[in-house]
Design a binder for this molecule. Structure first.
Ligand code: ADP
Length: 683
């Protein structure tokens, strides 16, 4: 019931008349049917009260003098009455009297009387005893002190008859007379009703106040959320309005408050709430608002608020219907303009807002007709406004949680990005590490190249220098005539030294060309068997001369069936074989055997040609570097001056140019095997 109170305070309505309830006739109400011990019913003391216009009479005065009897219907304002055909004014004063006849069982029962907030001031007597007052009743504006609160008075009747006398004056506002029902009931029933009304009003006032604080701080901590500020404004205005109407909170907390302030707050709060509502909806549907209408309505509301502030209570309270119209106007603007656009544009909550607003308008119009007495109905605007407010709260909550949801999505994406970034950094770090390792490797390689360059130079100077000095020594001795005889022998030595120097320079030149890829290879496909036959043919004589045996095992079972081709530059490949065979010759003692045989790896499509000797063999420690330049074993050096450590490097370069591999295995004193692996094509 309190929800409509929040908005319009249409509390000056006659309560719907229950046909079964007793009704006062000619200033008397018969409650003999009502047995308080059996019924917790609350009886409105409605009907015809004795009415003494322009008279403030005490119960004693009323009893002494006889008066012309006029009756006024309660609850109703006296301004709706006419006396002698003349309509009564809003302002004035009067005395009401009602005689109540109770059931005998009601005597000595605990009863209570609810006295409504009659306007603007009142004083009540029960059986000649003053029981309640609100403000000071006066016969003119100067004498009246208006105050509008309700009271609950407890009584225990000593007889069946009760007499209620009520003085009311109004010089201070629109409402007048006994516009709300006096209620009689059992003490517990009235207390319950009063507590319930009060609690409800308190709960609602508190809830709106807390909501207002919540939304205000929501705005405070995120200034861009202006919607929250306007919603907070609406809430606080509703809270204020609830705290000043009906007198429940006033009576308990702010009994000294000014009548004017309270009334101004009651009227101005609803208008300001409407202004905040326009702002709030404008932010909810920013693209659907009509700037001109919004501004005009805001201006009208602001001007009207100023009007309420500056005019006396009697003036502005008489414009109640204007404020009702203003409320309807604001809602109509939203219903007929903003929401339809929002619905067409598929905005969230537009439809529910429209429906709730239509409900408000319909219920307000219904109540308007009801108060004007056009048809009997029930007051609905409370529920209408409640539904509307509920929709707003849900809309607001939804908007906020959506914002959080978006935030969550963004935050998740950021986390994801962060993880990706971390992975990327890891990846990049890995790449950098790899590059670093490569760089270190290159660096080490460069260092080793530099080392080998230095070694190369020192080897060259040594290998060239030694025979050169020896040859020079012999030539010098011959020139100086120190060698007297056997010239032929010494010239032969000089010749050999120079031949060695010449070979060394040729080999170096050859190796440099090979290493720098300056050699052009002329590849042809050659049958492996044919090629090895050629090798045998070219070298067997040399071996014989040196007292060695060259065995070429041309025919393996495989070669009987198939033909295997290698793609080689025959001249260069023979050169590689020559280097290997010459070494075998050099390092194999007389009567030794050098064997050439081919091994075929079918799956890998490779052929490996092994050259094995049973010569001096190579030390295990030197084997891994045997194909590097200038690598030679000391014994080799002493064994022959021909060895300079380039032959195997040349062989390696040639084999590599053929996409092949060269490797060596050896056992000191037992012999060595050099193997060349080449790609093979089988037919
Ligand atoms: P060199 O011209 O000194 O022979 P190589 O590069 O051909 O140069 O050989 C390098 C070294 O490898 C030789 O000095 C020798 O010590 C060793 N070597 C090569 N082939 C054999 C082999 N068949 N038996 C033993 N030692 C070998």
């Amino acid at each position: 019931m309190l929800f409509i109170v929040v908005f319009l305070g249409f509390t000056d309505h006659p309560s719907a008349q229950n046909q079964m309830e007793p009704i006062a006739v000619n200033g008397k109400i018969d409650l003999q049917q009502w047995i308080p011990s059996q019924s917790d019913e609350i009886i409105p003391l409605n009907g015809q009260w004795e009415f003494y216009w322009k008279k403030l009479l005490s119960p004693q005065q009323l009893q002494k003098t006889s008066h012309e009897q006029i009756y006024s219907y309660a609850p109703s304002e006296w301004s709706k009455m006419s006396i002698d055909g003349e309509k009564l004014a809003n302002t004035g004063f009067a005395t009401y009297r009602l005689s109540i006849r109770l059931n005998p069982s009601a005597v000595n029962q605990s009863l209570a009387l609810y006295i409504p907030a009659s306007c603007s001031a009142y004083k009540v007597w029960l059986n000649n005893k003053e029981i309640a007052s609100s403000g000071i009743v006066g016969t003119n504006p100067m004498l009246e002190k208006p105050w509008t609160v309700s009271h609950v008075v407890y009584l225990s009747p000593t007889s069946q008859n009760l007499e209620l006398v009520v003085q009311i004056s109004n010089f201070s506002q629109r409402k007048n007379g006994m516009w709300d029902s006096f209620l009689l009931g059992r003490a517990d029933s009235i207390t319950k009703k009063d507590n319930l009304d009060f609690s409800l009003q308190l709960i609602m006032t508190g809830s709106f106040a807390i909501m207002s604080i919540f939304y205000f701080f929501t705005f405070f901590f995120r200034r861009t959320n202006v919607m929250a500020l306007f919603f907070s404004g609406i809430c606080i205005l509703l809270s204020i309005r609830l705290s000043v109407i009906d007198g429940y909170i006033l009576r308990n907390f702010i009994s000294d408050s000014s009548f004017v302030v309270v009334n101004k707050l009651e009227y101005i709060s609803i208008i300001l709430a409407m202004i905040f509502l326009i702002k709030y909806i404008s932010h909810l549907f920013p693209n659907e608002k009509h700037p001109f209408i919004s501004k005009t309505l805001t201006l009208i509301g602001s001007l009207y608020s100023i009007f309420i502030l500056v005019t006396p209570v009697t003036i502005f309270t008489s414009t109640l219907y204007f404020s009702v119209c203003f409320v309807i106007l604001v809602f109509s603007y939203h219903v007929f303009y903003v929401y339809p656009f929002a619905i067409v544009r598929k905005r969230d909550w537009a439809l529910s807002n429209l429906i709730a607003s239509i409900i408000v308008i319909v219920t307000v119009i219904n109540d308007g007709f009801y108060y004007m007495g056009y048809f009997t109905s029930v007051v609905l605007a409370y529920s209408g406004f409640f539904i509307y407010y509920l929709v707003q709260i849900i809309t607001m909550a939804n908007q906020m949680s959506k914002a959080y949801e978006e935030l969550e999505v963004v935050s998740n994406r950021l986390t994801e990005l962060n993880i990706n970034l971390e992975n990327k950094v890891k990846e990049r770090t890995g790449e950098l590490k790899g590059l670093n390792e490569k760089l270190s490797a290159s660096n080490a390689k460069l260092k080793s190249i530099e080392k080998s360059r230095r070694e190369f130079l020192s080897n060259i100077s040594h290998d060239l220098g030694t025979p050169m000095q020896s040859a020079l020594g012999f030539v010098e001795m011959m020139i100086k005539g120190l060698i007297k005889e056997n010239h032929q022998k010494y010239l032969q030595i000089v010749f050999e030294k120079l031949t060695f120097i010449n070979k060394l320079s040729d080999d170096l030149f050859e190796l440099t060309k090979l290493e720098e890829n300056k050699i052009i290879y002329h590849y042809i496909e050659v049958d492996v068997g044919e090629f090895l036959k050629e090798i045998e043919k070219n070298f067997s004589l040399d071996f014989q001369r040196k007292g060695l045996l060259l065995q070429v095992e041309l025919i393996e079972p495989f070669f009987q069936k198939e033909k295997a081709y290698i793609r080689i530059d025959t001249f260069r490949m023979e050169q590689a074989f020559q280097n290997l065979l010459q070494n075998a010759m050099k390092y194999t003692p007389k009567r030794g055997t050098v064997r050439i045989h081919a091994e075929f790896i079918i799956d890998a499509k490779k052929v490996i040609i092994h050259i094995s000797d049973n010569g001096i063999g190579i030390d295990e420690s030197i084997l891994p570097e045997i194909f590097d330049r200038f690598v030679k074993v000391d014994e080799a050096r002493t064994a022959s001056t021909e060895g300079i450590g380039i032959g195997l490097s040349i062989a390696k370069e040639i084999v590599h140019a053929h996409n092949g591999e060269i490797f060596a295995s050896s056992e000191k004193g037992k012999g060595s095997t050099f193997s060349i692996m080449l790609p093979v094509k089988v037919e």
